[in-house]
Design a protein around this ligand. Structure first.
Ligand SMILES: [Zn+2]
Length: 326
């Protein structure tokens, strides 16, 4: 009896075992913040597929369900915002199918599906909807994104420029929310090393314009100068050119998964049929935050968004919690 008591006492006196739980993430982590389902595929589909295939952890955050989109599938016309208002839910499935084509498995909606609603084009009454992303409280929305940053600790973040690439309110808001979330992450010491914005170099747009000059399906019809396009960026301001031509078919398949948004007859696909690998597979970015890594060509364009990053600066073993246990 006394022996048993002695052993119990001895066990009590043992120091507690410290257990630290860690999650081990892939070495390279990329976070993309997009406004609507389909933006990821059209704007950055090849880059996403390229890094996913290379073993990087690719996280996509989509800010709205795209409820206000047009519907190019006649039998689904009744889903429109002005009819059954079911398009947003339907687009969740389209987005899932697109991500599957891109090999991207980590996809979330900002604040959860349906938290923010598609605001529609600038100036429309839909901008004022109580859940319109355009009206979102910046810190609240950035807080949702910060939670994702805490979890996946991306070294590289991609979003749009201040004008949201082309001026759509939800794209502008995605920019603001992302930059605010990065600021909050900085304050916590977990800032991503680099933030990129999507862009199109002037030289590429000019080449496209001359290519399509004679085409009946000219996406540049009515534009005489590339600089008229809001996303036209001087070549010297481009920081990175991601050549993911090996993924151009994945990007096209992902775009086709957004069938309500992109008609099968779209010029996007006729371009794909022409100089498709180059048009579909090469994507460009400006660097908004961080230090540009080594590059090449007249403007030193990086070919890798992780260029110049030291893996020692970006630990992939993240302590989640620590507990004392007997
Ligand atoms: Zn969009």
């Amino acid at each position: 009896m006394s022996d048993l008591r002695g052993r119990v006492e001895a066990a009590r006196r043992k120091p507690p075992v410290r257990v630290t739980f860690v999650t081990t993430l892939p070495d390279r982590r990329l976070l993309l913040v997009h406004a609507h389902p389909d933006d990821e595929s059209i704007g950055t589909g090849s880059t996403m597929a390229h890094y996913a295939a290379a073993g990087a952890h690719v996280t996509l955050v989509t800010c709205t369900l795209g409820e206000e989109g047009e519907i190019h599938v006649p039998e689904l016309a009744g889903l429109a915002a002005t009819e059954a208002d079911q398009l947003g839910g339907y687009r969740i499935a389209e987005l899932a199918a697109a991500c599957a084509q891109l090999g991207v498995t980590d996809h979330r909606f900002l604040g959860g599906a349906g938290r923010y609603r598609d605001s529609g084009m600038m100036g429309l009454p839909t901008n004022g909807h109580p859940r319109a992303f355009w009206r979102a409280d910046l810190d609240e929305a950035a807080g949702f994104l910060l939670e994702v940053i805490r979890e996946v600790r991306p070294q590289v973040v991609i979003t749009y420029d201040e004008n949201g690439f082309y001026g759509h309110p939800d794209h502008i808001q995605a920019h603001r929310v992302t930059m605010r979330a990065v600021e909050l992450a900085e304050a916590e010491g977990i800032a991503p090393a680099k933030v990129y914005w999507t862009a199109m170099p002037r030289s590429v747009l000019e080449a496209g314009m001359s290519h399509f000059e004679e085409s009946s399906d000219n996406p540049f019809a009515g534009i005489s100068d590339a600089t008229e396009l809001p996303f036209c960026t001087p070549d010297e301001q481009i920081a990175a050119r991601v050549d993911a031509t090996e993924q151009h078919a994945a990007k096209e398949a992902a775009m086709r998964a957004h069938a309500t948004q992109i008609p099968a007859t779209s010029w996007l696909y006729s371009i794909a049929g022409n100089f498709g690998a180059e048009f579909m597979g090469v994507e460009y970015f400006t660097l908004a935050k961080g230090t540009k890594g080594p590059g090449s060509g007249p403007y030193g364009w990086e070919s890798d968004l992780f260029a110049g990053l030291d893996s020692a600066d970006t630990p992939n073993r993240i302590p989640v919690s620590s507990a004392g246990q007997r």
